[in-house]
Design a protein. Sequence first.
Length: 333
Amino acid sequence: MVVVESNEQESTQPESLISEAKETRLGNLLMDEVEKEEKDRSIEKIKELISDDAPLDFKRYDKTTRKEKTLLMEAASNGDVEVMDILVRAGENVNDQTDDGDTVLMRSLMSAPAFDYLMDQKFQKLDFDLKNKDGDTVLTMAEKDDVWLSDQIERLKKATGVTESKTQETFKGTNEIEGVIHGDESAERFRQWESTNPEIKYLEKIANDLLGAPKELSKPEWLEEIKKELRIIGERDTDMKTEIENKINDIFEFGAKFAQLETPKDKASKLNLEVKYLDDIAEDLSRAPEEISKPEWLEEIKKELGRMEADADADMKEYIESIISKIESAKPT
């Protein structure tokens, strides 16, 4: 009897792994589409992936924010209400929490369209009592930034029946608010300068991709080159040299705490993770301005993908070939 049960388990395990790999692949494809800007994303493809049973509870680590995110959170960060509506109607849980306890409503506080949509939609009931790992509800989180979120706070108070809270009283009239304002003014100057140098955004994204990638895909020499590129940009404006160094420290020192993921033990999941990261890196490299384009890096990624194709199943081979095709057709902007 024991031998029979063991054989049955062994026979079903591959199917389970295949099913898990397929679900992960569909989840990644759906997240990829949701991540795109409104002009690039396809509503038809999103609906098709949902029809194909892409998991609506799918979560992925965001290498820019260094936080886990849901599909709704990604759509909300883009202010893409149309996609949010599709996901909510399809059944994605508006009260789902990430590993840090955040909900999509918490992550939508700084995006008025997304926040208003969630407060106004009638398909699912919002749970305003949920707390993140810092012990904050969405209201107490908003009150910590009450200088900027007065409209959201008023709506949340009406929805929850709260008139005043200890958190808001604590923050009112303190020097901390002045510090926030002062810091934001300095940050705003840097953001304006950064917007005239779009290469910074792309270099930061590529660095975040590399810092979060599995150890087998680490490219320390690429990271060093990114540092050099950022410092060259900083030389364009001596007033911003310090800010660029701060940017470098933020990317590399803070990013080191979240560096390389542990590689999954099973072969299918390991391959899926590695291919996904190469796809992310190739995507960012393909979109980068010509001044910082790295065609030699893209060629190296193609070679890596070619080697991985030998161990891939039919679905994964198709995914790998689609990445290689994108790389070959990419032109620096």
